[in-house]
Design a protein around this ligand. Structure first.
Ligand code: SAM
Length: 174
């Protein structure tokens, strides 16, 4: 029993340190805020929604089930990736929800209508450069808590801020 507890403890610590190194540790967005984020980002049926660091899959699953989106989650933590795969299979969402294992910095986001994220301030700043280069006109980015310094949100609701990136107009400070 003690060995099981020790292995679980070490796994949790490694997971926190590992994901922090890549961009952010796992802290889930509350379910109410997930709904608010997708609402103020104006997700519509058929929209392609990416959640960068999808954690336990709550954003992508809500986007598909409640908003009719095609959702893609990208996750670097193997445990949470496997959990998401299991969940979308059990919920029979495999046609509408995809989960990719890996680093979102190396994924192509050019087909996104909406990008959601709950990361860290520094990570958002690095991400801004990628989003400015890749997102198509009209794509919305909704960030829980953290801002994109130098880019004005077009809408805010509590901890959720929606940004529309316009490559010709924005220049984030690194
Ligand atoms: C604060 S949690 C947010 C989880 C989920 N998006 C939500 O709002 O509930 C951040 C997630 O991003 C993942 N993550 C951090 N850096 C990443 C990276 N570079 N690529 C993919 N996933 C990453 C972490 O493993 C963690 O699950």
């Amino acid at each position: 029993m003690e060995v099981v507890a020790l292995v679980a403890f070490i796994t949790i610590i490694v997971s926190i340190v590992w994901t922090h190194f890549w961009g952010a540790p796992w802290v889930p967005t509350s379910r109410a805020l997930v709904h608010n984020m997708l609402t103020i980002a104006e997700v519509e049926p058929g929209d392609v929604v990416y959640d960068l660091g999808c954690g336990d899959g709550r954003v992508i699953i809500t986007a598909a089930r409640r908003f009719g989106a095609q959702a893609v989650g990208i996750e670097i933590d193997p445990l949470r990736y496997v959990w998401c795969q299991l969940l979308i299979t059990l919920l029979r969402l495999r046609k509408r929800v995809k989960v990719v294992f890996g680093d979102f910095f190396s994924q192509d986001l050019s087909d996104a209508d909406v990008v959601t994220c709950y990361l860290l301030q520094d990570t958002n700043q690095k991400l801004a450069v990628k989003l400015l280069g890749e997102l198509r006109p009209g794509a919305r980015v909704v960030s829980n808590t953290f801002t994109f310094v130098g880019i004005q949100p077009v809408r805010e609701h509590g901890r959720a801020r929606v940004y529309v990136f316009r490559p010709e107009a924005e220049s984030p400070t690194a």
